[in-house]
Design a protein. Structure first.
Length: 351
């Protein structure tokens, strides 16, 4: 297959900085959409993957799976999009499309789903490359439409941080009478608060820091519980229908499980790895409480979220940076020194 060279930012080793490089994008197939990338969000997953923290990275790698841009060209069979349309690409660019999960619009659980970066590009027999680049070519089935009223930079993190929290909110039927708690106020946590509030839920933030109280309430939280305050945690026992845990490192879930009501569920969305100590099962058994996990969302669910954000004018709180500052942004992200998500202005790549 013919390819075209494009500018990108990536790395060739786990201990190397990201730097400008040239990658190849495939020429359009009949069903492809070529997107001129305007903005790309910066996710913790980008950093973990670039530095091979999960032990599965193949180099070179170009991160980025929170992509917003305009349609540059379309293949001859494309019917959903036209040149100039404002579109987005999230964490997925392909799946098998035939398994039970794909048939149920749950492509994120397809055994053969293809990540926007670090996946397998069947067209080029190589790794997929993400949105830290000038353009991207994606099958139209995995392209999303962005409402015109939304800020293009602010909507980028919705493609990952937003859908990661939206999917459990929808799966567990959060609505007007729901009591929802969010653990951690970062990229995922601040989107969880905004979305749960817009769904009409009573929203509480669990935080270790009193400094987060005003920020959480400004985002839509009705209350904040300091998780290190044992008395406050005891008073919250048996309260919540759903807890979304966005903490990105190993921590004890047991104090939060105790605050679930009967039939309540704690959903882990922020950490990949073993949790220590083990769960105490007594409160789970005695209250039919559950601990679950959730991974992003399928294409239909992500489009539903974008439409919901358009209706309620919801975007992520972002700090826009040039691509040349990405390595400094990674270090700041490790220190939680951003409110609440970095977004790259990809026009800076052309400088």
């Amino acid at each position: 297959m013919k390819t075209s060279p494009v500018k990108a930012y990536g790395t060739k080793a786990p201990d190397a900085d990201l730097q400008q490089m040239e990658i190849s994008r495939r020429e359009l197939t009949a069903g492809d959409v070529e997107i001129d990338i305007h903005y790309c969000g910066v996710c913790h997953s980008d950093l973990h993957f670039a530095r091979n923290d999960w032990g599965m990275t193949q180099y070179p790698v170009v991160p980025g799976h929170e992509i917003v841009g305009t349609v540059k060209r379309v293949g001859e069979d494309v019917t959903r999009y036209s040149v100039g349309d404002l579109v987005a690409v999230g964490c997925l660019v392909d799946s098998c499309r035939t398994c039970d999960n794909c048939k149920k619009d749950l492509e994120q659980y397809c055994p053969e789903w293809v990540g926007t970066y670090g996946g397998y590009d069947k067209h080029l027999d190589t790794n997929t490359h993400g949105g830290y680049s000038e353009t991207i070519v994606v099958d139209e089935a995995f392209v999303l439409r962005v409402p015109d009223n939304l800020d293009k930079a602010g909507i980028a993190p919705v493609l990952c941080a937003g859908i990661t929290t939206w999917s459990p909110l929808r799966h567990w039927n959060v609505g007007k009478d729901s009591k929802v708690a969010v653990v951690g106020l970062g990229g995922l946590g601040h989107m969880a608060i905004k979305l749960a509030d817009a769904l009409g839920a009573h929203v509480t933030l669990f935080s270790r820091s009193k400094s987060k109280i005003e920020d959480a309430k400004a985002l839509g939280a009705d209350a904040v519980i300091i998780s290190t305050d044992e008395a406050a945690m005891e008073r919250a026992a048996g309260t919540f229908d759903l807890i979304i845990d966005t903490v990105p490192y190993a921590h004890d879930l047991n104090p939060y499980v105790a605050t679930l009501n009967t039939n309540g569920t704690l959903v882990v969305v922020g950490y990949l790895g073993p949790l220590d100590p083990m769960l105490v099962t007594v409160p789970m058994i005695m209250g039919r409480k559950s601990v679950a996990g959730s991974l992003i969302g399928g294409i239909a669910e992500t489009q539903e979220l974008l439409d919901f954000c358009g209706k309620h004018n919801i975007t992520s709180d972002v700090e826009v940076i040039p691509i040349q500052d990405i390595n400094a942004a990674y270090e700041r992200m490790l220190q939680s020194d951003v409110k609440y998500r970095f977004v790259i202005d990809m026009r800076s790549l052309k400088q």
